[in-house]
Design a protein around this ligand. Structure first.
Ligand code: HEM
Length: 442
């Protein structure tokens, strides 16, 4: 049963009843609402001194089944859980990734309240709701609306919001966040790699947000509103839009293609492979530090792909570079897409990408890949500024480091440039009523 919200969204009555009542402007330790700081921040940003926030029941958009790759897709994923959503979640079609820095004078309290506000807002946004009950159209006409409004009339579109904490946050000058002694020892800036051409404009960050959705506007709406909530406490450092997934995390998901035209994600770790996830993706109960148990580590690499050069290569040379056939995705050693490659013999080149990245050559190491294609316009020579926004989740950053070192002789290196980079600790999921990162301050 649904009722219409003023913004025209369909509201199931069952969800109105179960929606938590908002305590506005609360700064208590839990996560009852966006703090006064979060709300006043954007009012100040727009030159308005105060902001009115509606209280009481809120509305939710009903879950609708969409279709992608031919099978039913959940429209809503819970924000709370043992692990953060957006890692094993069936990969959505669009990405808006954002890296933030804390403001120079921000304190431990600012960091805590920001993570609380972000978690609260994310728990609403992932239900297809505005960031607050008064949202985009129900607040005072004298103040800027709490929500920017561009998601009015849209569903949750499978939105997931995943938060991460960068090494620089723990190493802040004077330990102003009081968390230096809680830094996971494995969380440090990545070493330099052969062929790196990193640009500071797409590298690093104290915090990150990965927003994935099946509608690009929903992902952008999430990052835009979360960045507005951060006003005065953190500011956007760099961000990236991705338009086509380059991996799969679910067996019934078709393997997508990257901008070289190859199937990507064939040998990925899938959501139903509990053993592989425990071994390669989730930080374990016995790993250090204890507050990271159930979390993971995210590596982002902005990898430019010289597509015009690639497009001039003979098909046989393209296949040799990857080690798989362009059409079927099958390894060059034979079989179908899902056949395991065979590396003895000469079918697969010693420096083919799939050989160098394969677990047999890397002490059994695996990672969960979740990247997206990007095109950021073109350069002065009329070439596309295109590539892969590589995202991988692993139990320890060391897994990525080992693979990336191994890829130093990759035949593909001639056609790609790593131009951006970041690493973040991804805390476990928030418990209901709590927030992502709570364990760090416990
Ligand atoms: C633009 C850059 C890249 C492109 C175009 C690319 C493309 C591909 C393709 C087409 C495959 C084969 C299909 C599959 O199993 O998914 C693959 C596999 C793989 N790639 Fe990449 N890749 C890139 C960068 C990287 C990086 C930076 C890493 C890690 C450091 C990496 C790690 C892997 C792994 C682990 C596999 C699976 C190997 C296996 O178990 O068979 N890739 N990649």
């Amino acid at each position: 049963m649904t009722a219409s919200e003023p913004g025209g969204r369909q509201v199931p009555h069952s969800e109105i009843a179960s929606e938590p009542t908002e305590a506005t402007a609360s700064e208590s330790a839990g996560r009852p609402g966006i703090s006064r700081r979060g709300l006043i921040g954007w009012a100040l940003g727009s030159g308005v001194a105060g902001i009115a926030v509606g209280a009481g029941g809120a509305a939710a958009v009903g879950a609708t089944a969409g279709a992608s790759g031919g099978s039913a897709v959940a429209d809503e994923y819970a924000f709370e859980g043992v692990h953060q959503a957006g890692i094993t979640t069936r990969v959505q079609d669009h990405l808006h990734f954002a890296s933030f820095d804390m403001m120079p004078r921000a304190s431990r309290e600012d960091l805590m309240s920001l993570l609380q506000d972000w978690s609260y807002a994310a728990s609403r946004l992932t239900k297809g709701l505005d960031v607050s009950a008064s949202g985009a159209v129900d607040g005072s006409p004298e103040a800027p609306p709490d929500d920017t409004g561009e998601a009015q009339g849209l569903t949750a579109a499978g939105l997931t919001i995943t938060f991460g904490l960068g090494p620089s946050l723990f190493l802040a000058e004077g330990d102003r966040f009081g968390i230096a002694d809680r830094r996971p020892s494995v969380l440090a800036d990545l070493p330099g790699f052969v062929g790196d051409a990193l640009d500071a404009a797409y590298t690093g960050g104290d915090l990150c947000i990965q927003a994935c959705a099946d509608d690009p506007q929903v992902a952008v709406h999430a990052v835009r509103n979360l960045s507005r909530i951060a006003f005065g406490r953190a500011r956007l450092r760099w961000s990236q839009l991705g338009f086509g997934r380059t991996s799969r995390t679910s067996a019934d998901q078709q393997t997508p293609r990257n901008l070289f035209g190859y199937k990507d994600g064939t040998a990925n770790i899938l959501a139903d492979d509990a053993k592989a996830l425990a071994e390669h993706v989730w930080v374990g109960e016995k790993d250090e530090p204890a507050w990271m148990a159930g979390g993971s580590y995210l590596v982002a690499r902005k990898i430019a792909m010289l597509v015009e050069t690639w497009d001039r290569l003979r098909l046989a040379e393209q296949d040799r570079t990857i080690g798989r056939a362009k059409g079927s995705g099958a390894p060059l050693s034979g079989g179908g897409e899902m056949t395991e490659p065979v590396f003895h013999g000469h079918a697969i080149d010693e420096n083919a990408h799939v050989r160098l990245a394969h677990p047999t050559l890397n002490d059994g190491i695996r990672i969960l890949r979740r990247g997206y294609n990007y095109v950021d316009g073109n350069n002065d020579l009329g070439r596309l500024d295109a590539g892969l926004f590589f995202l991988s989740y692993q139990r320890s950053p060391e897994q990525f480091v080992t693979l990336q070192k191994r890829l130093s002789t990759d035949l593909m290196s001639e056609y790609i440039r790593h131009i951006g980079s970041g690493i973040w600790a991804i805390p476990p999921g928030a418990e209901k009523g709590s927030y992502v990162g709570a364990g760090l301050f416990a």
